[in-house]
Design a protein around this ligand. Structure first.
Ligand code: DC
Length: 207
């Protein structure tokens, strides 16, 4: 397996968990591109500036993503910041960051420097960043199903998480269209293992 496999979808569609397990099964690294947008959102919090203002300060930070077999480590100027990337504060500003073309270009450049093979998850991995990928998937599920899955990862009530997911779906719409050649999988009625099996079956069909 020398290539790139893209797994895109809306927030909390399970794409990172699926990407991680598919990559493990194939024995290749996985990359979660949303972490890089989250790292830029963290830069805004650290600098106390808006998404617009951080565009002019991107050169100040060395942003690096290192895949390990079990997780992605993100470094800002050599300091590991991975644990700070999944707070509600980051959730709330990351869409404003991700909508800015100069920031998307910056993140895409970091991603394109990573040597294949890998499985990468995001919004526009198959459509924009890696149009040459061998296999492209797009995961969907209803907002309610996604909120239920995300509640245990956040210290927040179901209604709060659901409202945040609906808001983010709208904010991320622009960069979230599936690639024309992506396989679309509705995961509302599948568990994690079922989605992973469906993806692997498309990559290497059993006879
Ligand atoms: O997948 P995630 O929830 O960690 O993504 C965080 C944010 O980054 C999300 O609001 C959408 C944005 N994002 C994006 O616009 N493009 C990507 N390829 C990945 C994430």
């Amino acid at each position: 397996m020398q290539g790139i496999i893209t797994i895109d979808g809306p927030s909390a569609s399970g794409k990172t968990s699926v990407a991680k397990l598919v990559a493990q099964r194939l024995g290749i690294p996985y990359i979660s591109s949303g972490l890089l947008y989250r790292a830029v959102a963290l830069m805004c919090l650290l600098e106390n500036v808006s998404a617009e203002e951080i565009e002019h300060k991107l050169g100040k930070y060395r942003l690096e993503l290192r895949p390990t077999p079990t997780q992605n480590l993100v470094f800002l100027d050599g300091h590991e910041v991975s644990a700070a990337l999944h707070s509600l504060e980051v959730d709330q500003i990351v869409s404003a960051v991700a909508v800015r073309p100069a920031i998307r270009q910056y993140v895409n450049d970091v991603l394109r420097r990573i040597p294949p093979p890998f499985v990468v998850d995001g919004r526009d991995m198959g459509s924009t960043v890696f149009p040459q990928a061998q296999h492209k998937f797009y995961l969907t599920a209803s907002p309610e199903v996604r909120a239920r899955r995300r509640v245990p990862e956040r210290d927040a009530a179901f209604e709060t998480v659901l409202a945040e997911i609906i808001r983010r779906d709208q904010a991320d719409q622009q960069q979230s269209a599936p690639a024309r050649d992506a396989i679309i999988l509705d995961t509302s009625h599948l568990d994690l293992d079922g989605v992973v099996r469906a993806v692997l079956e498309h990559i290497a069909p059993s006879s």
